[in-house]
Design a protein around this ligand. Structure first.
Ligand code: FES
Length: 134
């Protein structure tokens, strides 16, 4: 197998769409397959306990830096009605959409209410950069 490809992406402000049009991201669980790694921004752009919206390979994603130091990435638009997930509240277990307050588990993307799940993307830090695989 070849090494993952790294591609720079343009950051956006939280919950704001800039540049590349949204790519439809259906609800689901953790992205399957190898994907492509994209550098979406710097880790220090994301305050502890908050999320920020980015575009990774044409896909709008929300990246969260939890207070335990872990990173999580999901689709930017809530599967319920398109709420800006990057503006949601989170703890180490769940993300709560700011629009109608549905909660989604970070472990598998499932909604605690049984609604459609969010899609999760692999994310990691490398030399201060946030790298999302889509
Ligand atoms: S849009 Fe997210 S809970 Fe309704």
């Amino acid at each position: 197998m070849s090494a993952p490809h790294l591609e720079a992406a343009r950051p956006t402000t939280s919950g704001t769409e800039l540049g590349t049009p949204a790519t439809d991201v259906p609800g689901g669980t953790v992205a399957a397959g190898p994907g492509v790694e994209h550098v979406v921004g710097r880790l220090d752009e994301i305050p502890m306990g908050e999320g920020r919206a980015y575009v990774a390979g044409g896909v709008q994603v929300a990246v969260f830096r939890l207070r335990d130091g872990s990173l999580h990435a999901t689709q930017a638009a809530c599967p319920h009605a398109g709420g800006p997930l990057a503006d949601g509240q989170t703890d180490v277990d769940v993300l709560v959409c700011p629009l109608h307050l549905l909660a989604y588990r970070w472990s598998d993307g499932a909604a605690t209410s049984g609604a459609a799940p969010i899609r999760l993307f692999p994310v990691r830090e490398q030399d201060g950069d946030v790298v999302v695989t889509v």
